[in-house]
Design a protein around this ligand. Structure first.
Ligand SMILES: NC(=O)c1ccc[n+]([C@@H]2O[C@H](COP(=O)([O-])OP(=O)(O)OC[C@H]3O[C@@H](n4cnc5c(N)ncnc54)[C@H](O)[C@@H]3O)[C@@H](O)[C@H]2O)c1
Length: 371
């Protein structure tokens, strides 16, 4: 007997759009999902762009109007991989139509909008999921298990960082990422390390941040020589205190020369320590606390760390970035079909957005900000 079908509508076909499409195409071959995704409609900024992308990514049709995608009866899940400023209007329309919403991070451009989206979704009872895909890494799940089991004792310190180099060149032009409405390193990649910090250690109580713009101007658009001021941060450093009393620091930096994907953290406990970087995403470093064995031991990912075995029966063969999206989509399809609920949902992403904004407020006021 064939499985029921779930119609997918995807808005945006850039970096993340391709990644979502790939995940929806491949998930049923890797996971025992309760329903088969069908790639129905792709929306982009124009009919022409959408038609080309629909063909190349395997969708049945394209449209230059995301409103048509949301209204299409064959679409059950609306996946949003468009620029941040479009997340709220598309999500709100999809919620009003009673559809499951799978939105990229950051959830919106302000915490107020993110809360409105959250409340609308909760009132309508629709399923939501936000693309904090790095949480799907089996090594991150293992880290949380180690922390909650007490193996490293009481956690005393956290140092987290998301550093990349994609804006290090002053001639990288303006884009939605430098839009003063919700842009900047702290929103773009700070949101990832904030979500990771919350996943591992729980709610943040207060922050004291310093935001800095390194490149004061950038070209207005690709290929332009005219330059316009940059109004967002290139890097943010923040001191943080978690509700459980742990203190530490968070950094977001998109101008970190030499760093390509340093979403990394180190957690010290009274009996041991853990360390991780996404640049070596198939490894977790553990120090188990024996004084005569100081220094980290490398734990390598393998089938004993679910769902690694869905991809490969042999350890050491490594998962990749796109696999994390496949895991995310598997959990989304299960929840959509009435199975185990998925997260992080809009409410969790709203909490992340509050911390992003608290850091910006802290910088402006030069003081600690309570969450
Ligand atoms: N989870 C992650 O690891 C991750 C990584 C990168 C980006 N993102 C997020 O994904 C989103 C998209 O980022 P990206 O890097 O793919 O950007 P991108 O610029 O590569 O792609 C954006 C897409 O949206 C389309 N678009 C623009 N205006 C549109 C409109 N009016 N209607 C429909 N489509 C429109 C563009 O044509 C393009 O296809 C952002 O919110 C970003 O923060 C998440």
């Amino acid at each position: 007997m064939s499985k029921p079908e779930i119609g997918i509508g995807l808005v945006g076909s850039g970096f993340m759009g391709r990644c979502h499409a790939n995940a929806f195409r491949s998930v049923a071959g890797l996971f025992d999902v309760p329903a088969e995704p069908r790639l129905r409609v792709l929306a982009d900024a124009s009919d022409e762009l959408a038609a080309d992308a629909a063909l190349s990514l395997g969708f049945e049709r394209g449209t230059g109007h995301w409103q048509a995608l949301v209204a299409d009866e064959s679409v059950d899940i609306v996946a949003i991989t468009a620029p941040n400023v479009l997340h709220a209007p598309i999500a709100q329309a999809a919620i009003a139509a009673g559809k499951t919403v799978y939105c990229e991070k950051p959830l919106s451009t302000t915490a107020v909008l993110a809360l409105e989206m959250t409340e609308a979704a909760e009132a309508a009872g629709v399923i939501t999921l936000v693309g904090f895909n790095f949480l799907r890494n089996p090594m991150i799940k293992l880290a949380r298990e180690i922390i909650t089991s007490g193996e490293i004792g009481e956690v005393t310190g956290f140092r987290g960082r998301h550093a990349e180099n994609y804006m290090a060149d002053p001639d990288v032009p303006h884009s939605f990422r430098t839009d003063p409405q919700g842009g900047g390193a702290v929103a773009d990649i700070g949101s990832h390390i904030i979500s990771m910090a919350r996943y591992l250690l729980g709610p943040v109580a207060e922050v004291h941040a310093d935001c800095r713009t390194i490149h004061e101007t950038r070209p207005t658009a690709p290929g332009m020589t005219q330059r316009a001021p940059v109004e967002v941060d290139d890097m943010t450093h923040a001191l943080v205190r978690f509700e459980n009393g742990v203190s530490g620091s968070l950094e977001a930096n998109w101008a970190a020369t030499a760093r390509t994907m340093d979403l990394s953290w180190e957690i010290s406990g009274t009996k041991g320590a853990l360390a991780f970087t996404q640049e070596r995403m198939n490894e977790l470093q553990l120090w188990s606390g024996a004084p005569e064995r100081s220094g980290y031991t490398r734990i390598e990912s393998g089938p004993s760390h679910p769902p690694y075995g869905r991809f490969c029966p042999a350890p050491g063969h490594h998962l990749g970035f796109n696999d994390l999206k496949v895991i995310e989509v598997a959990e989304l399809l299960t929840a959509h079909s009435g199975g185990t609920p998925c997260g992080p949902d809009f409410r969790e992403a709203y909490e992340v957005q509050r911390i992003v904004e608290a850091m910006q407020v802290s910088h402006a006021q030069r003081q600690w900000v309570n969450l």
